[in-house]
Design a protein around this ligand. Structure first.
Ligand code: DX5
Ligand code: ZN
Length: 216
């Protein structure tokens, strides 16, 4: 496992009227990736942004676009998100048929993107162990997906060690939801090496300091 922690600020907490400004802000203050939360109002009870916005982000974003699909039938949209400029495409285990996972990952990788699989809080980590060989990243949700600003759920982070033990060295384990300078430490000590943070970064007065506080 690489020691480098990948910080992926979630633009869900950015000002949507100033996306360019807010993406450049975190890029200039140390972000590694830009986390883009796509919600369809079906898989989760909220609707956010889609393919045209990813395409627009790609016009100015310098860092890789880390696209988190909280949508039903993600396989239908993978090509569109890749063409729009996604660099990492993460789909939810709960949104697909398990027998299609290998094929979905193959498709994502064939489009020159990293493939991620995510599990919601109530999903057991054991369910995704058989598929770890096909993915570049596992995203362990540490809140119920759908909204920013929720409180970190400790029991979710406890899934990380078993995922780590069953994965190849270079698997990225990302956490998302309620990440701040305290909860980040818990996740990293359990084996996470990518942290998504929305409100903690965007609501802080000193964005550089906030990002740095997640790394140590
Ligand atoms: C929640 C999203 C998160 C969200 C995190 O469904 O997947 O990426 O933006 O927000 P915070 O960091 O505020 O919990
Ligand atoms: Zn997310």
């Amino acid at each position: 496992m690489s020691n480098k922690i990948i910080i992926s600020p979630s633009i869900l907490s950015a000002d949507f009227a100033n996306l360019e400004r807010d993406v450049k802000l975190v890029e200039n203050k140390g972000a590694d990736w830009i986390h883009v939360d796509v919600m369809d109002g079906h898989f989760v009870p909220n609707i956010t942004i889609g393919i045209p916005v990813v395409k627009a982000l790609k016009r100015f974003a310098q860092k890789p676009l880390d696209v988190h699909l909280m949508i039903e039938n993600p396989e239908k949209y993978i090509t569109d998100f890749a063409s729009a400029g996604a660099d990492i495409i993460t789909f939810h285990y709960e949104a697909v048929e398990p027998e299609n996972i290998k094929q979905i990952c193959k498709k994502i990788k064939s489009l020159a993107c990293k493939a991620g699989i995510s599990i919601k809080p109530k999903t057991n980590q054991k369910d995704i162990i058989p598929y770890l060989e096909y993915v570049d990243m596992v995203l362990v949700m540490t809140v119920e997906p759908g909204f920013g600003g929720q409180e970190f759920m400790h029991y979710c982070a406890q899934k990380i060690p078993e995922i780590r033990q069953n994965a190849k060295e270079d698997l990225i384990v990302q956490v998302d939801g309620g990440i701040n300078d305290v909860t980040s430490k818990i996740c990293v000590s359990l084996g996470a090496n990518s942290l998504v943070a929305g409100s903690y970064i965007y609501k802080s007065k000193d964005v550089k300091k906030a990002i740095e506080s997640l790394r140590v």
